[in-house]
Design a protein around this ligand. Structure first.
Ligand code: SDX
Length: 392
């Protein structure tokens, strides 16, 4: 029994760590960050405010938030030599390949904040990672479309700065659409942290060896890329586009139920949620808001809504407790904003950096933490003697 939550004994036996950052009740579809429900944070907060909350444990007052935002803003520029690093990639490199490479390389440029035994170093590298991810992601996009990089404009908000670096060009002024900025910021909030998911556990395991934070976050990015995890947002929109019209939904639902068919409904199901992912609820609402603000639509949204309706009324999905997750609707919004599908997981990584950094700090600041060392159930042969090759 800790605070208001009672652990089920089975759960604690599988828990990989203790954490005060994020609480998920998969059966009830509850997600809290430092006790605040994700729906309230998405509605009333900002990504900078949620970042402060994750790192410090409490919501900031206005002075604390201004100071934090200014600190992050000061770190938005990248070492100029890193721009050259991008030129080593092929133009058609997947943005996640670039993100893995560039973030992993950061420790070669910012080694003045890699002494993890020094709390000041930990703070600076945390701020650098949160601040530079939008610049790195925007540059990955620019490189893929052959447009020049734009430097950060620190007079803009964190999210507006990212949108301008991504969609602006030196040849003309770029105005960030307020509704797009609001929706982007909300999407960042929805992706900020999610307890001990695969990529966060990767960051913690890498960090437990004492690896520098830049290397740990690069490991998290690599893990997030998988289609079963953060890569699902790209896969979900590609799936919805492949399904095309609602009359083809039934065929894909049957394929998803067929054990002999590797096809899975992307954006559906979750290791923990056995109820509706509360982030998907906000995402669906945000699709409507962005469509209305931009006066656009996308027939894929109607297909997604009908697919959800059919799946949620299907016995297979009902018995297996499969619901839409955070990735089911996010791609529709991102596509309406102008992002190519290849950038979707890079945006997830940008936002999740706050959670990874907060979880890394929580782990590394624990004086009792030891190197992670998962064990195994051995299923190989019992001991036996070597056989010389001439006798094989
Ligand atoms: C994220 O962990 C996190 O918190 C992750 C995340 C985060 O914020 O960090 O929330 C982000 O990764 C969300 C998940 C994104 N992935 C997808 O949308 C890919 C599609 N989903 C599936 O691949 C799947 O649902 C997983 C990988 C997410 C979970 O797979 P599991 O562990 O097998 O899920 P399960 O144990 O609940 O599955 C129960 C059954 C299984 O069948 P049986 O073995 O019982 O016969 O349902 C089946 C699964 O095969 N199933 C699906 C399905 N998901 C699970 N069948 C069809 N379509 C699906 N999408």
């Amino acid at each position: 029994q800790t605070g208001m939550f009672t652990y089920d004994p089975g759960f604690t036996s599988t828990a990989s760590c203790e954490s005060s950052l994020t609480y998920i009740d998969g059966e009830e579809g509850i997600l809290l960050h430092r006790g605040y429900p994700i729906g309230q944070l998405a509605e009333h907060s900002s990504f900078m405010e949620v970042s402060y909350l994750m790192l410090n444990g409490e919501l900031p007052n206005s002075q604390e938030l201004d100071e934090f935002s200014r600190t992050i803003t000061r770190h938005t520029m990248l070492h100029e030599q890193l721009a050259t690093f991008y030129r080593g990639f092929r133009r058609d490199a997947h943005p996640m390949a670039i993100m893995c490479g560039v973030v992993g390389a950061l420790s070669a440029f910012y080694h003045d904040s890699t002494d993890i035994s020094d709390p000041h170093h930990r703070k600076v590298s945390s701020h650098r990672l949160i601040a530079k991810m939008p610049t790195i992601a925007a540059m990955a996009y620019k490189y893929s479309v052959g447009q020049p990089f734009l430097y950060p404009d620190n007079s803009l908000s964190y999210t507006a700065n990212f949108l301008r670096m991504t969609f602006g060009v030196p040849a003309e002024p770029y105005e960030v659409h307020p509704a797009v900025e609001r929706a982007m910021d909300r999407i960042f909030i929805l992706h900020a942290d999610h307890e001990q998911n695969a990529s966060t556990s990767t960051v913690r395991l890498a960090g437990s060896s004492g690896a520098n934070p830049f290397a740990c976050i690069a490991a998290g990015i690599a893990c997030l890329w998988g289609p079963a995890h953060g890569g699902a947002n790209e896969a979900a929109l590609n799936m919805l586009r492949e399904i095309g019209t609602p009359d083809r939904i039934k065929h894909y639902i049957e394929r998803a139920k067929d054990k002999n068919d590797p096809f899975r409904l992307m954006g559906f199901g979750h290791r923990v949620y056995k109820n509706y992912d509360p982030r998907a609820t906000v995402m669906q609402k945000t699709v409507r808001e962005v469509f209305e603000a931009l006066k656009v639509t996308d027939p894929v949204f109607e297909t997604a809504l009908q697919l959800e309706e059919i799946a949620l009324n299907d016995d297979y999905f009902h018995e297996k407790k499969l619901f839409p997750n955070v990735d089911f609707y996010s791609g529709i919004i991102l596509s309406a904003m102008g992002f190519p599908t290849t950038m979707f997981t890079a945006l997830f990584a940008l936002a999740r950096t706050v959670g990874w950094v907060a979880q890394w700090n929580e782990m590394i600041s624990d004086p009792g933490q030891k190197i992670g060392r998962p064990r195994q159930l051995y299923t190989g042969p019992t001991e036996r003697d070597y056989i010389p090759i001439e006798k094989r």
